[in-house]
Design a protein around this ligand. Structure first.
Ligand code: DGY
Length: 323
């Protein structure tokens, strides 16, 4: 039987590409060039499986083609808001993602941002590199204490829980949770966490707020000017979820006018574009979407895609089917 034709849309870890090549007729993107809508529509016409990432936007219009050969979109990543899953489903195309394997590393990056923003690490590093440091003094770059502070977590799935684990057990933080459904009491008990009904209930009580909810239209600008106003003037906002969850212009205003203490962002609404208003804010730490970027995790994500494909082409339901 002919091997399924599979398109990997970006360059992946070599070990994963090699394993994939044994089982599938693989097309690789050696130049690592992001694909446009026309490329993706052509891919749906020509491949049995397409393996997109967050940089491949698959809105409904991409699925609007005479005949789709693709039967599965096996996404390399846990977030899949860049795929119109309803449109995929209407064309009989399954969608899978890669949960679990990246939770720890993404929570590590959220902690990194929280610590860097609170302790003004980015500002300190810039000062050193630019030769502006004049030596130790009692009032220099005074930050905010993380240990024992209150952390609000919005979205309490696997990554939110990995964040709670670090913050509560590592830093003695008090954990407040806001989640769209009720979190089981035994899960909350692991972190001595309290679930609050709404985002409005959570924001005014927190020293730090970390976002771990899905992206997409349902959560677009969940954190807007009105909600930023509910945060303490000393509080920090951390986003490792998706850029669209935060209104970046409202955040820039809050940072410039000091209505919040600072922020840490790993994700942006129009990646790789960063609004100039954010670039100039000193009380903001930014990273280029590094949440899952460790050797181990990027390989594990690829092997998870491989398992999903193997199941699918063997006629089994892939374990990470999301649509
Ligand atoms: C994820 O897995 O969702 C990462 O953000 C990359 O897409």
């Amino acid at each position: 039987m002919a091997k399924p034709r599979v398109l990997v849309t970006r360059a992946w870890p070599k070990a994963v590409e090699a394993k994939m090549a044994e089982a599938f007729e693989l097309t690789l993107n050696r130049d690592d060039r992001p694909l446009g809508l026309a490329d993706l529509r052509a891919a749906l016409a020509n491949y049995d499986a397409v393996l997109p990432t967050v940089t491949d936007k698959l809105p409904a219009q991409v699925f609007d083609l005479p005949e789709a050969r693709t039967k599965i979109l096996a996404n390399y990543g846990v977030g899949f808001a860049h795929i119109d899953t309803a449109a995929a489903k209407s064309r009989g195309i399954a969608v899978t993602n890669t949960p679990d394997v990246l939770s720890e590393c993404t929570a590590d990056i959220a902690m990194t941002l929280m610590l860097m923003a609170a302790r003004r690490a980015g500002e300190g590093e810039r000062e050193l590199r630019e030769g502006r440091w004049t030596g130790w003094r009692p009032t220099h770059l005074i930050g905010s204490k993380v240990s024992g502070a209150t952390l609000g977590i919005i979205g309490f799935g696997r990554i939110g829980q990995a964040m709670a684990q670090r913050a509560h057990h590592g830093f003695g933080m008090k954990i407040l949770v806001q989640n769209r459904s009720a979190v089981a009491s035994e899960i909350l008990a692991r972190y001595d966490a309290e679930q609050v009904p709404t985002v409005e209930d959570l924001l005014p009580r927190c020293d730090f707020v970390s976002l771990h909810c899905p992206g997409g239209s349902a959560n677009r600008h969940l954190i807007d000017a009105r909600r930023l106003d509910l945060m303490k003037p000393s509080a920090f906002l951390i986003n490792t979820a998706r850029g669209e969850v935060v209104d970046e212009y409202a955040l820039a205003q809050a940072l410039w006018f000091g209505t919040i203490g600072g922020a840490g962002l790993d994700v942006f609404e129009r990646e790789p574009a960063i609004p100039p208003e954010l670039l100039g804010a000193d009380n903001l730490v930014m990273l280029p979407h590094l949440g899952s970027a460790t050797r181990e995790t990027r390989e594990a994500m690829g092997f998870r895609v491989f398992e999903n494909l193997q199941d699918f082409f063997a006629g089994r339901d892939p374990r990470d089917k999301v649509a």
